[in-house]
Design a protein around this ligand. Structure first.
Ligand code: HEC
Length: 108
């Protein structure tokens, strides 16, 4: 009896360990945030946030000065409405994706 319970417990623990990364990937944290960035922003802003030609006029997101001067709300606004040559992402990305990608910018 005890052995059976132990085995069931071990199986449950294993399932939890396997399923956790899958659940996290779905919640736009960490890897999920980067996925949105890589797909929708990196072609102009660069994989590491250093602005390419197509994002000329934009700060580089890994610039410490830009980081201290720019809060999450401002980034969300810019992503939604666009700025200069950059078109807004309202309707192209969900609210959740916009917030996730803005948070990712703050980690650069
Ligand atoms: C087609 C190229 C292009 C794409 C794609 C693009 N951007 Fe931009 N982005 C620009 C340009 C150009 C600017 C500079 C606008 C200006 O100030 O004239 C800019 C500016 C910004 C700024 C303001 C930076 C500053 O100097 O304060 C933020 C924040 C930003 N983009 C975030 C994003 C995010 C997040 C994505 C993806 C969801 C994205 N951009 C996708 C071209 C792009």
């Amino acid at each position: 009896m005890t052995k059976k319970l132990l085995r069931a417990g071990a199986a449950l623990a294993l399932i939890t360990i396997i399923a956790t990364p899958l659940l996290l990937a779905d919640s736009y944290d960490g890897a999920g945030q980067r996925l949105v960035y890589d797909k929708k922003c990196a072609m102009c802003h660069g994989k590491h946030g250093v602005a390419k030609e197509t994002a000329s006029g934009s700060a580089s997101f890994n610039d410490p000065e830009w980081q201290t001067q720019t809060d999450l709300e401002t980034i969300i606004e810019v992503v939604k409405k666009g700025k200069g040559k950059m078109k807004g992402f309202t309707g192209k990305l969900s609210e959740e994706e916009i917030v996730a990608v803005a948070k990712y910018l703050k980690t650069m």
